[in-house]
Ligand binder design. Structure first.
Ligand SMILES: [Zn+2]
Length: 113
């Protein structure tokens, strides 16, 4: 599952930050996950726990913030909210949508020591 490698990248970012900002442990982290990222939240939680075991983020609290996905509708000429990548526009039903956000997976912030 790709959640495992995502968690490894998150851990890598934490380790780099620890060197740069001079902290030794991560107490909690908040991740922003978009609905189009293809990430399964449960798998992400599980992967995070496994990957961070015996690292600077061992036992770290993980909070997942699910963000919204938006796309630009050519017909409406405005941003509309979508749930899935190939959704039609909720306003006019057009499929001429350009996804503008919702596929992100990023660290929003973290508490460190
Ligand atoms: Zn539309």
């Amino acid at each position: 599952m790709h959640e495992m490698s995502l968690c490894e990248s998150i851990l890598q970012i934490m380790e780099e930050q620890a060197v740069q900002q001079n902290f030794t442990t991560v107490q909690s982290v908040r991740l922003e996950v978009g609905p189009l990222s293809g990430v399964e939240i449960e798998a992400l939680r599980f992967g995070f726990e496994v990957v961070t075991r015996n690292t600077l983020a061992d036992g770290c609290a993980l909070e997942i913030l699910e963000t919204q996905a938006q796309a630009w509708c050519m017909e409406c000429a405005e941003l509309v909210e979508i749930k899935e990548r190939y959704d039609a526009c909720p306003k006019c039903g057009s499929h001429q949508l350009q996804v503008s956000c919702g596929d992100e997976l990023r660290i929003k912030d973290m508490e460190v020591n």
